[in-house]
Write a protein that binds this ligand. Structure first.
Ligand SMILES: Nc1ncnc2c1ncn2[C@@H]1O[C@H](COP(=O)(O)OP(=O)(O)O)[C@@H](O)[C@H]1O
Ligand SMILES: [Mg+2]
Length: 242
């Protein structure tokens, strides 16, 4: 079976609470995320971006609507199948790097592999190789508190990519970073995104990184209101891609 889209969200509604205290976060959002690039989901605070991302991640159930990931019906999967699917096929990067303070950079980057049952030596080795690719070869044994924000986020990027996921979901990955660090993280995201079997979805309101998008999806008040295709997104500089 060929899978046409990485992510397909159709008519997704989400209501928190009920009755007079109900908050409607999504009002029928429909969205397609293609393979082979970066889709950015943008819109004002409170419009429903994180709610939609959480639903795609399987961390929140929609009130109504359908979600297909890599061609599979997410809502039809059992909880156990969802957990398994997440571990194998999805990677997550958040604004807060969520690194474990007592683990080294290489150990932090390998936690997903360890959770998936990869033996420790192989997991840390794979994580170390990725960190070296990301320019952190000298920091493998460093604890998170000794790293800059940009370096910590690169460890989080390595952790998200270590198991070679097809779908990478990011919520405000550059919001806590200065311009240069945010750009360095995005150069890496651009380098890993362009693969026919991978898609990267980034929630952001950081306009400094919009030029890395292949597609920009605008959200307002619980609805997708515009989709813009970009012909020539920024590509990594040769030094970054090497
Ligand atoms: N757990 C929750 N309980 C109640 N309301 C929520 C919850 N999560 C989000 N909301 C509401 O849903 C709307 C969308 O929130 P969110 O998805 O976090 O927006 P964004 O990420 O775009 O800032 C907001 O009005 C928010 O207050
Ligand atoms: Mg949010």
């Amino acid at each position: 079976m060929t899978v046409e889209h990485a992510i397909r969200v159709e008519g997704v509604e989400k209501e928190f609470g009920s009755g007079s205290s109900a908050a409607i976060a999504l009002r029928g959002a429909t969205l397609t995320v293609p393979f082979g690039g970066i889709t950015m989901l943008v819109g004002p605070s409170g419009c429903g971006k994180t709610t939609l991302l959480s639903i795609i991640a399987g961390l929140l159930r929609p009130t109504r609507g359908a979600v297909r990931l890599l061609g599979r019906d997410l809502l039809a999967m059992s909880d156990r199948a969802q957990v398994d699917f997440r571990r194998r096929s999805m990677g997550f990067i958040f604004q807060q790097y969520n690194l474990l303070p007592s683990l080294s950079a290489a150990e932090n980057a390998s936690v997903g592999l360890l959770a998936a049952g990869v033996p420790r030596r192989a997991a840390v080795g794979r994580a170390a190789a990725l960190l070296s690719d990301l320019g952190l070869g000298q920091k493998l044994d460093s604890l998170p508190r000794t790293l800059s924000g940009g370096q910590q986020q690169r460890v989080a990027v390595a952790r998200a990519l270590a198991h070679d996921p097809s779908v990478v979901l990011c919520d405000e990955p550059t919001a806590a970073l200065d311009g240069a660090s945010g750009r360095a993280v995005m150069e890496m995201m651009a380098a890993i995104a362009v693969r026919p079997d991978r898609a990267v979805l980034i929630v952001t309101h950081d306009s400094r990184i919009f030029d890395f998008a292949h597609q920009i999806v605008q959200m307002e008040d619980g609805l997708i209101t515009a989709v813009e295709q970009r012909a020539n997104p920024a590509t990594p500089t040769p030094a970054q891609a090497a």
